[in-house]
Design a protein around this ligand. Structure first.
Ligand SMILES: [Zn+2]
Length: 372
């Protein structure tokens, strides 16, 4: 007898496993909806030499007018939840879904496959993909707070005495300016220091180019797009905040509100758990989708642990990749740092996993019931 998987089973152990399972499950719906898979490899390889690719998996119409997209792993290691939700959607929602002849559903797997495979938020060039969608790259662009905090944010060693001094200077900054100002200074996105945290790049990343090409090609006839991009790490454990990168008075924000409801927050307007950010994916993709399309994009941000723990995890990971031995899993420090970043963005906690998958499936239901 075939039993349906438990929620925690949707979470994979590694990118390669996640990708293989989703592609297999999608192919299983071939006779139900028709399935088109367009995989774009980014060139870089995973820890076991595996191909790293963005997989655009489209069910239903080939040239859809109405489309719902669910994407994962814009921030690499955050992709475990997004990928699990994609698998759950394919298992639990798509088999019974009736798609009209002009309608499609897309699982866009692994926007940043390198970060997913190597357990990093950033890509193969230390770039935060969700800061990379700027129109012009200015290699001097960096806010003053980040400049002031550079040495504390980007340690060159993990010597405990030096680290204590760095954390003290971070605490002083947050105390003097406030936690929000600290978050803004760190996370806004900088384009000056390729080895630093929150680097937005100095050219469009391979993943950005691949994603833009997929969207331009497959959504050329779309006039209603509801897009959900799954993230983890900010907010209360298990809570979800829906965030638009667009400002509150913009057309994309209005379109997203229509699908995702009144609770949608605007990062640009500063009313979200996220502070205003540079180079966001939704703002970039808005210029790639057809101009006439209603483009309702929301980041679904699921909280995991307190922000200090999450921040410490990816700060340590940046040290590891700049100064440590990240490709050697036998090295004790590598093992510790990688275990911690994985836990920070993919908690090993049944209750958390059940809560977030149930919530994510609800969001997908809402998008799928979108009126023409
Ligand atoms: Zn994220």
């Amino acid at each position: 007898m075939k039993t349906s998987p438990q929620v925690s089973d949707y979470f994979s152990h590694a990118y390669r496993d996640a990708r293989r399972r989703l592609l297999a499950a999608a192919s299983g719906l071939r006779n139900r909806h028709g399935v088109m898979i367009d995989s774009r490899s980014i060139g870089a390889r995973g820890p076991e030499g595996e191909t790293l690719a963005l997989d655009w998996i489209q069910f239903g119409a080939r040239r859809p007018r109405r489309v719902v997209v669910l994407s994962s792993a814009t921030h690499g290691v955050e992709g475990f939840l997004g990928s699990a939700l994609q698998l759950a959607t394919v298992h639990r929602l798509l088999p019974s879904l009736r798609l009209a002849s002009d309608q499609a559903v897309v699982m866009q797997h692994a926007n940043n496959p390198y970060g997913f495979a190597w357990l990093r938020r950033v890509n193969e060039s230390n770039v935060d993909l969700n800061r990379n969608f700027v129109a012009h790259f200015d290699p001097t662009r960096c806010n003053e707070g980040y400049e002031d905090l550079y040495d504390a944010l980007n340690p060159t060693d993990l010597d405990p005495d030096n680290e204590a001094l760095r954390w003290a200077s971070i605490a002083r900054y947050a105390e003097a300016r406030g936690d929000r100002a600290f978050q803004q200074a760190v996370s806004e996105g900088q384009y000056k220091y390729p080895q630093g945290l929150q680097f937005g790049g100095q050219a469009p990343a391979a993943s950005r180019r691949a994603l833009e090409a997929l969207v331009a090609e497959h959504l050329a006839d779309a006039d209603r797009i509801a897009w959900l991009d799954i993230h983890t790490g900010l907010g209360e454990s298990g809570a979800c905040e829906l965030i638009s990168g667009a400002s509150r008075d913009s057309a994309p924000f209005a379109a997203a509100r229509e699908v995702w409801g009144e609770s949608l927050k605007s990062a640009a307007s500063g009313d979200s758990v996220s502070t205003p950010l540079n180079g966001l994916m939704d703002v970039g993709l808005a210029s790639v989708v057809p101009a006439r399309a209603r483009f309702a994009f929301a980041v679904a941000e699921y909280g995991t642990y307190p922000i200090n723990r999450v921040f410490s995890a990816f700060r340590a990971d940046n040290w590891l990749h700049q100064f440590g031995d990240p490709t050697n899993p036998a090295e004790p420090r590598t093992r510790t740092i990688k275990a911690e970043i994985l836990e920070a963005f993919r908690p090993d906690d049944e209750h958390w996993r059940r809560t977030v998958i149930a919530h994510g499936l609800d969001l997908m239901q809402r998008a799928l019931s979108m009126r023409p």
